[in-house]
Design a protein around this ligand. Sequence first.
Ligand code: GLU
Length: 425
Amino acid sequence: MKENWQAIDTQKGCCCHDSQAAFFDRAVEQLGLTVSQQELLLQSFREVSVQIPLKLHHDGEETLHTFTGYRVQHNHARGPFKGGLRFHPDVNISEIRALAQLMTWKTALVDIPFGGAKGGIAVDPSRLLVDELEILTRRFVQKMAPVFGVDKDIPAPDMNTNPQVMAWIFDEYSKFNGYTPGVVTGKPIDLGGLQGRLEATGNGVAFVTAQTFNDLSLPLKNAAVIIQGFGNVGSYAALRLQSMGARVTGISDVDGALFNADGIDIVSAIQFVQKNGSLKGFPHAENISNEQLLTQPCDALIPAALEGTINCESESGINTKIIIEAANMPVTHMANDKLRARGITIVPDILANAGGVIASYFEWVQNVQRFAWDRDTVQQRMEACLSHAYTDVRKLSEKSQVDLRTAAYQLAVMRVLRSVELRGF
Ligand code: GLU
């Protein structure tokens, strides 16, 4: 499915990595930046790739595989590099580079003292035994340790990585550097993790969704919301939105999608996935395809899965008022323009899903101070931070008559540029 859209959109010149560049170009057009300033802002500080050999044991046979891991450190003018690590077979350097840039803009937009980075390993973790995944993670850390550090570069969870993976990273790094919980965020609570970090991205998405409804004078109560992707971000966003009174009419995972016009009970869906590993077979909803899910009429559509799922091909069937980008780069720039022309409000990823990295910042502060915050404090401060950023973006978009994404990029880019120039990069 992903290969399909990539092929289609690449042919038409709008694959998601190009989209990220197009969004940047559009935003800086109005800012009057020189070509050299633009080049400076787009360059990666450092790009590391490592080879990780690993013996795999399947069906009684031992085979040797070499996996490739990446870390791209984009910009650290405003603070240490920050960003997630993903385990996915499609991970490649150009994707990681684009996602690292996105992290720089995200941390700047929500005004936390970090730069941007991203990393990952090209692997399908579902095909590895837990022990194999642990060895792979530890070897990755051994090779990346020189570029990681509490004040250098702090990884976090991303696609297919979780608190257990972060615990291995913390432990492996600490073997050689002493007890260092602040070298990674998204850890289990028992190892210096933050109360509420696990659900922070999804809760932040729900908070931004509520703000958007409010701004557009639309009631969230009983509003129909469709969420594509039921992983960490999608499931917690669904849960929160349901508790706020929205009707989550559609959800999906890799095995297919579910629809119920009266609303799907999200607590039962989460319990079902915990028991069965996927949404497949969940009762009380109609089974539809992932393509059909995107075309169901709704008030808000929340892509929380892969990049580029809303592209030139899927865009035409979309029937919503609002798109909240819970995933990173889910809407290609050509689809973005067509949706905008149809009057659909798009809340960009660097704002919509920033709750996760804001919570990571709190976890890092907590680790550096050796002091734990309670869940309510985390939630309130995360919402205050998101609310500031949301208001800034909304005001600039009205003042400059640009869309929310352009306004968000403009705010972020100018903050990074000021720091770059003050530091004399
Ligand atoms: N992977 C998340 C993101 O894309 C969180 C990154 C972090 O917490 O450092 O924003």
